[in-house]
Structure formats: structure tokens, C-alpha cells
Ligand binder design. Sequence first.
Ligand SMILES: NC(=O)c1ccc[n+]([C@@H]2O[C@H](COP(=O)([O-])OP(=O)(O)OC[C@H]3O[C@@H](n4cnc5c(N)ncnc54)[C@H](O)[C@@H]3O)[C@@H](O)[C@H]2O)c1
Length: 262
Amino acid sequence: MIRLAGNALITGAGLGIGRATTLAYAKAGAAGIAIADVNIERLKAVAAEAKKIATNKSFEVVPVHTDVTNEESVRNMVETTVKSLGRIDYACNIAGMAVQKNTLACNVTKEEWDFTNNVNVNGVLFCQREELKAMMKQDLESWEGRDGFRGSIVNMSSVAGFFAAHSAITYIAGKHAVIGMSRTAALDHAPDGIRVNSVCPGPVGTEMLTRMSPTADFPGSTMQKRIGTPEEIADVVVFLGSPMASYVTGASWIVDGGYCAF
Ligand SMILES: NC(=O)c1ccc[n+]([C@@H]2O[C@H](COP(=O)([O-])OP(=O)(O)OC[C@H]3O[C@@H](n4cnc5c(N)ncnc54)[C@H](O)[C@@H]3O)[C@@H](O)[C@H]2O)c1
């Protein structure tokens, strides 16, 4: 298991992959975690779970009610994290929305676009921007003889960032955008000692998967003949954010049980 020092900030932490990532950071030894979501009740429940399993004796968890589509709310999320924890070492932008409904490309409406991409595109853009600003004010740190870490960001894309899917143009476009935003930020901020990567899961057993495609045969479309667990995605997020991945930036890591290679 990865052993980490430092602090994490995780959006979409109330449920699914964001919740699992919070618990993975708590287990891995993070000193502090700020968790953000629109659903404050779920955040409180995840905070309690994280405290129970945290391995760092001085562990602190800070729930921050946040709407990632709102710039002021995102600024408050980052300011609160820095005030409470001092520094953001690992930022994970995981909050996301499925399609509002399945629509052919010829019929898509602006309302459907905004429903999905106010969160999936604008949310990642705003969160990443404010996290980068905060990280650029932080001192450079070293780890195991490797120098020059100011912080790292992992954005949640999807295999939908590489391929088309029927009647899901808003989601597909948004997840392609997350890969582009991550690569550009990685290029812009490599000289600052900040790494930015995206994670691209295949089908994962969360509420979103059921909402998005209730009848699809996802297990059958993977090499491993099963859907992934949120914990299997969380472990890759934690590794990519950690100094163990110090030579990984601008990458889009597929975590899909062989879905794309099949
Ligand atoms: N589940 C999958 O199969 C799958 C596959 C590939 C990628 N993803 C991506 O992983 C991420 C997490 O998905 P999940 O399956 O855990 O979804 P989920 O629906 O289980 O959880 C999403 C979380 O995001 C929060 N959220 C939604 N809008 C928000 C907003 N405006 N501000 C703050 N928080 C908000 C929700 O409250 C919820 O807690 C998403 O970006 C999704 O696109 C999921």
C-alpha cells in the first residue's frame, strides 16, 4: 500500500469514486483531507468513515459544502482548504454528472449540454484553476531524493474521453474536454513542479452507472468480465497523485478491466 504524507482535496467526495478516494487517502496516511460536494449530509457521513480508518495520528478531515459549477463556491473551497490544512498536495477533481437523458446528436439541447457540462467541464476548469493558483504559492518539496514537488492534480475523465457512445454526446464531449484541460495544465505548469493527469475509468459500480445506462451489458464488454469497484479507481488516483508517479504528467490513465483494448 502507498504511504503518503501531506494533504488532499477531493471533489464529489460524497458518493461513489470520490468517497472511495477519500477513504483511500485516509488509509494511506494523509495528514488532512478537505472533502467537497453539493450534498453536505453525505459529506458528513464520509468524514466520519474516514476518521475511523485514518492511519495518521493527527488526521483531520474538513467537509466543505461546494458547488463546482459556481466560481465563488470553488474559490471558497480552495481558500477553506488552505486555511484549515495549510497546503494542498493532492487535488482530485472527481465530481461529475451523467447525461440528463439519452439524445441523438441531431436533437441535443443547450439545457442537456449545461446539465452535464456545467459540472464535467466548467467544474473541472474552475477547480483546477483555483487549485493551481494555490499550489503555485506553496514551497517546493522533496521525496526520497526526488526534488521539485509543489503539488499534483488528478482530474476524472472516462473511457468516454477516448470513444463515442450512442446518444451521449454531452458526456462524451465533456470527458474528451477533461483530458484536454489536464494535458494543457500539465504543459503550462510542469515548470512550476505541478503534475496534472487524468484517470479514465471504464464501467464502475456506482449510482451514476445505473442512472446512465440501466440496461447495458457492461461486464460483458470488459476482458475481466466484470465492472470495476470505486476502490479500484481510487487506488490509481492516489498513486498518480503521489510522488511515486513523479515522472507521470499529462497522462490519461485508462482503468477499465480491458474494456478499451477489447
Ligand atoms: N461510475 C462510472 O462507471 C464512471 C466511469 C467513468 C468515469 N466516471 C466519472 O467518475 C466521477 C465520479 O462518478 P461516480 O460514478 O462516483 O458518480 P456518483 O454519481 O456516484 O458521484 C458523483 C458525486 O459528485 C457530486 N456532485 C455532482 N454535482 C456536483 C456539483 N455541482 N458540485 C459538487 N459535487 C457535485 C454528487 O453529489 C456525488 O456525490 C465522475 O466524474 C464520472 O463521470 C464514472
